[in-house]
Design a protein around this ligand. Structure first.
Ligand SMILES: [Zn+2]
Length: 66
């Protein structure tokens, strides 16, 4: 049996968001990429002993200015 209830197709986890500091619900966009539903930040999951979430740095070069 799954160890947790998953409502959506995307994986939903809770963790402390480093951007807003809340214990937030994080929705997986990819295997190691989550989005905070509280502040909307994209986070990358890092696993080294413990799981932590780091903000995804978006290069200004990749932001399309229209
Ligand atoms: Zn957040």
């Amino acid at each position: 049996m799954p160890h947790k209830y998953v409502k959506f197709k995307a994986e939903v986890v809770t963790g402390q968001c480093p951007t807003c500091g809340q214990n937030a619900v994080l929705v997986s966009l990819a295997s190691d990429h989550f989005r905070c539903t509280t502040c909307g930040s994209d986070l990358k999951q890092h696993i080294n002993g413990k799981i932590s979430y780091l903000p995804v740095m978006v290069s200004p070069d990749k932001i399309e200015l229209s």
